[in-house]
Design a protein around this ligand. Structure first.
Ligand code: HEC
Length: 178
């Protein structure tokens, strides 16, 4: 018995101080986690923009902001016509931006549209487009839905009312996508 007590004392600290310390560490630790979570929630709710899941304040450039939110630093509105008619799609948050279909990486991909329809949004990283597109062809595709090969892009790709300056900024951003 005595030997066991000694062993316990040696392992745990002779006067129980360790246990107390550890408990207060746990208390302080949980407290910090709670604060951290509260901060995260606060930031997340502040970053909610109208329409898309990305905020307008967090971007390195105007082009990046346009890509993620379809709003321009210049304040000129970026609107569109067309876009898929699927109800589920429209319900995904109202306003579309390039990211909604071409994805955060710009690589595009397939979206299930319900009723066994699939929308295939193309890869629009500039490294992929540049073989076929220049700034003017890009403008024609984005604004008029004209593909460089002379065909019309299908109506899943909205037609955008966007200024030339904003298009230039958008291209600058697409060039940064790896
Ligand atoms: C609602 C979905 C959707 C949104 C939002 C969208 N696109 Fe598209 N985009 C498409 C689809 C689908 C295609 C392919 C159309 C086709 O194959 O005919 C496409 C094609 C393109 C193409 C032609 C690519 C090629 O290789 O021919 C460009 C350029 C493009 N989109 C740019 C943009 C830009 C810039 C934005 C934002 C301003 C944007 N898109 C927003 C769905 C979308």
């Amino acid at each position: 018995m005595k030997g066991n007590d000694k062993l316990t004392a040696a392992l745990c600290g002779s006067n129980g101080e360790h246990t107390t310390n550890r408990r207060s560490q746990v208390v302080v630790g949980s407290f910090l986690i709670v604060i951290f979570v509260l901060l995260l929630t606060a930031c997340a709710s502040r970053a909610q923009p109208a329409g898309t899941a990305w905020g307008v304040g967090a971007f390195d450039s105007n082009g990046e902001r346009i890509y993620f939110t379809a709003t321009s630093e210049s304040g000129s509105p970026i609107t569109y016509s067309g876009a898929p008619s699927s109800r589920g799609w429209m319900m995904m948050g109202g306003q579309l931006a390039c990211v909604s279909c071409h994805g955060p990486s710009g690589k595009g991909g397939e979206h299930s549209m319900g009723m066994m329809q699939v929308m295939d949004a193309k890869d629009i990283r500039w490294s992929v487009l540049e073989g076929e597109f220049d700034a003017e062809k890009f403008r024609l595709a984005v604004v008029n839905g004209e593909d460089p090969d002379g065909t019309q892009l299908n109506s899943d790709m909205p037609r955008w009312n966007i200024s030339d300056n904003d298009l230039t900024d958008l291209i600058i951003f697409l060039k940064t996508l790896p």
